[in-house]
Design a protein. Structure first.
Length: 283
């Protein structure tokens, strides 16, 4: 099957980036979220991404217009595509429920993919009638800029589906890396300690956030750990830490930090709420 139409489920920051890169590569994109206004804000955010790139001389108004013309907001019953990429909340039951609904209204040839950053691909796909057509496509935030995409095969993902999605990732200008279905895959498993050790340093008063971020950036990281957590969303980052902690039998090295738990409890989720470890209101 040739992939021509892609549906992106979830119009948050990840869904926006995925929709943008797919549309910019010439694919027709169906954009869905429970709330149509969220999709509209997502499309406006994509337009702003282009405006920023154009201002820096890294894109053109022509590409912006062509990309936006490729994206269409749809209702759930209209989500019929060759490839469906889900980018919703990191909850197993939520993801399984949406895929069950989508499988019923789509062809048995439709490929289903999850952008999960930590849930088992095999577990998500276990409820599907055609798990051979299901796999993970893990983009990184911001998806329209980050080049790496982890392509994860579940226990029943067919080799042909995996190969086709590796080619697809290349077609949208990204770098695919085939990964086994393991907790956190590669990047999140390694990066977990970038966050958790930084939080421990803060908790033990070894250094303040600004110092920790500045020093890690001086060592070559583009963003410090606290800046990156605020960009990802402290709720998302905490949930991934919790999932990793449970998946690895509650070994201490993956234990979530109470500082992050307090941030989430206070609703200080990062850039998306205007406040996290840093303040963003008015910026």
């Amino acid at each position: 099957m040739t992939i021509k139409t892609i549906a992106v489920i979830g119009a948050g920051s990840m869904g926006q980036g995925i929709a943008q890169v797919c549309a910019a590569a010439g694919y027709r994109v169906l954009f869905y979220d429970l709330d149509l206004s969220v999709v509209e804000r997502g499309i406006n955010s994509i337009a702003r991404n282009f405006d920023q790139a154009i201002a820096k001389g890294k894109s053109t108004a022509e590409l912006k217009n062509k990309t936006l013309q490729q994206i269409r907001a749809v209702r759930l019953e209209e989500v019929k595509a060759d490839l469906i990429i889900e980018a919703v909340v990191e909850k197993l039951n939520v993801k399984q429920d949406i895929f069950l609904k989508l499988e019923k209204i789509n062809s048995s040839e439709t490929i289903l993919a999850s952008n999960t950053s930590s849930l088992s691909i095999s577990n998500i796909g276990s409820v599907l009638e055609h798990p051979n057509r299901f796999l993970g496509l893990h983009f990184f935030n911001p998806a329209h800029l980050m080049k790496l995409v982890e392509v994860i095969a579940g226990e029943k993902t067919s080799p042909s589906t995996l190969a086709q999605l590796v080619d697809f990732v290349r077609s949208i200008g990204k770098t695919p890396v085939e990964v086994k279905d393991s907790p956190g895959f590669i990047v999140n498993r390694v990066a977990r300690h970038y966050y958790l050790e930084a939080l421990k340093l803060l908790e033990e008063n070894v250094a303040d956030m600004g110092t920790i971020d500045a020093l890690t950036k001086s060592a070559g990281f583009k963003l410090g750990p606290f800046e990156l957590m605020d960009l990802i969303g402290n709720d998302v980052n905490l949930e991934v830490s919790r999932l990793m902690y449970e998946s690895f039998g509650k070994v201490p090295r993956f234990k979530p930090n109470k500082i992050q738990e307090e941030k989430v409890k206070a609703g200080q989720l990062g850039k998306k709420t205007g406040k996290g470890y840093y303040h963003y209101e008015g910026k």
